[in-house]
Design a protein around this ligand. Structure first.
Ligand code: 13P
Length: 245
């Protein structure tokens, strides 16, 4: 059976200026990163970080619009990313869904255009606390996948990664238990299968208060293929302990 290669993402959200990012990568250079790892800095740093550090690190975008160019103030297009040789994009992070009101329909267009133009997509899903308390977490995640990936075909299963990030675990210090996370990951794999994806080969990573202290237990679960890390990815010392768990 083809193995799913472990994957780790550092989502820097709206943190770090150019100087901070350079300091991070300078010290990260002396460490040995054992797994596939992609860094998602804020948009204004993408081109120069790519230019300076792409020999040693993979850089991705936190967002990507589906039009090539045009009057879309504040957006960055898939073509602009490709022009700078950025090959990864996060799509559908819960902060985009909840704060910026991005719908499943919009996210589907973004994911579809990225994938068909050669960008690899980390597609994020996850329920809110209120939805979990109502027992709706599986229904919510199923709909996010069905609607957000509607009509999408991937030639290479490694080009699409699903990140399960329960909203109540993001930045709260509260992680899903490894068992709860595993249950959802196994469910996501089943939904992917039912929707025509080669689900055995698609990586499903977990995000939400991942730390050096909890990564080992999470990674023991058969359907957890890596992590998407916010707070603990801002310092090389903590992030490397997660990646090299
Ligand atoms: P934290 O690791 O800070 O909880 O953030 C998770 C996240 O949103 C990664 O995309």
């Amino acid at each position: 059976m083809k193995q799913r290669k472990k994957f780790f993402g550092a989502n820097w959200k709206m943190y770090k200026n150019m100087k901070d990012a350079e300091i991070f990568f300078q010290s990260a250079l002396s460490l040995k990163w054992e797994k596939e790892t992609v860094f998602f800095p804020p948009t204004h740093l993408l081109a120069s970080l790519q230019e300076k550090f792409s020999k040693d690190f993979k850089i991705g975008a936190q967002n990507c619009y589906f039009e090539k160019e045009g009057a879309f103030t504040g957006e960055i297009s898939y073509q602009m990313l490709l022009d700078e040789k950025i090959n990864y994009a996060l799509i559908g992070h819960s902060e985009r869904r909840l704060i910026f009101k991005e719908s499943d329909e919009l996210l589907c267009k973004k994911a579809s255009v990225c994938l068909s133009n050669g960008l690899k997509v980390i597609f994020c899903v996850g329920e809110t606390l209120e939805e979990r308390e109502k027992g709706k977490e599986f229904e919510i995640v199923e709909n996010q996948i069905k609607n957000g990936l509607k009509g999408i075909k991937v030639d290479n299963s490694s080009d699409l990664i699903i990140a399960y990030e329960p909203v109540w675990a993001i930045g709260t210090g509260k992680t899903a238990t490894p068992e709860d996370a595993e249950k959802m990951h196994a469910f996501i794999r089943k939904i992917l299968q039912e929707n025509g994806f080669e689900s055995e080969f698609i990586r499903i990573i977990y995000g939400g208060s991942v730390k050096p202290e909890n990564i080992k237990e999470l990674m023991k679960q058969p359907n957890i293929d890596g992590g998407l890390v916010g707070g603990a990815s801002l310092k090389p010392e903590s992030f490397i302990q997660i990646v090299n768990y």
